[in-house]
Design a protein. Sequence first.
Length: 421
Amino acid sequence: MGDNKRIALVSVHGDPAVEIGKEEAGGQNVYVRQVGEALGRQGWQVDMFTRKASASDAEIVEHSPNCRTIRLVAGPEEFVPRQEIYGYLPEFVEQLQKFQQQQQYYYPLVHTNYWLSAKVGMELKKHQSIQQIHTYHSLGAVKYNSVKVVPTIATTRLNVEKTCLETAERIVATSPQEREHMRSLVSSKGNIDVIPCGTDIDRFGHVSRRDARRQLDIDPAALVVLYVGRFDERKGIETLVRAVGQSMLRGLANIQLAIAGGSRPGQSDGIERDRIEGIVDELGMRDFTRFPGRLGDDDLHLYYAAANVCVVPSHYEPFGLVAIEAMASGTPVVASDVGGLQYTVVSEKTGLLCPPQDDEAFAKAIDRILSQPHWQLQLGKAARKRVEQKFSWQGVAAQLSELYEELLVEEPAKQLVSVSA
Ligand code: UDP
């Protein structure tokens, strides 16, 4: 295969080979891994570059014949929170160049993920001829609007995000809402395509609620409300807990709440989990709330199938993979009326949208779905159909593949230029 079917996916802080659901590992890791593997199946030679975050991690992980993760040493070989990684980027760029020199091939296309990797792409461009494609995953301009304390790295991040939007050959927005934010909050310049995130439609939606509950030891008659995701205050888990508390007070019997996601004692996610458990106790909900921890290949699909409703109460969400995973499982979603969730969840058709942080609105929406089993079923069926039509990884990767091919045709000469250190 010639070099022109080679592509590098760069994800400095989101290791695509790591277990999902812990150590800040969430949607970005899933996106890069799934896109990488799907592109591999479609004939691309895919190398995914990430920062080596543990001395015991392998330097190269082969996922399939055409797709591998390559871990570059940049900074300490230990977990570093994303807001502290910037200073290690020059080393990362150097290592990525070195890797190419050793392999004696160069990537004509570099698809970067999150602003830290955007910077890597922009730096690489100074030394070699690449076409950069970028997915933001989260926009500083949106995020800093919703936090109380703006970190010191903010100015740097906002600058990188603006320059990247204006100079990358193509930007991939994962929803029309994200594209609007780029235009209104970042810059009117730059080429943006909308290509959504996806989900594995074979992994979800193939087990019945009854079987899933038997395997998870959940009462077949219970009304199960599910949260899946990281423990982070911005995920709005508190809103969900208070909403379910209200539903109980209003008399909905036999509710069970499952709050799933990994956490590390003493770290930011562990602290948030403790805070949430405190609220659960304060509201007297301990007896019917379970915290199953991080869900993986064995049980994630079972929880989605077992649930009557899945709730995504984020303060903001650029895309929100959990929503489409639940939908692929035939489970209706109650979500915040923000960002990508406005694109994936069709209110009244596949679930309901509520104003973020509004306990009362979430309680009413959850009640409506739980108290109408027939409608619940209809919503779930429509949800599954929507995912099959719009959000399968194969479909998403096919759209990306088309975009890459277009770029290669536009500027084939660029591929011939070699690397200068
Ligand atoms: N996830 C998981 N196990 C867990 C919790 C989360 O596999 O216990 C996965 C979840 O299925 C989804 C991803 O982590 O694929 C979270 O992505 P999302 O876009 O919803 O949120 P992010 O973490 O990017 O903010």
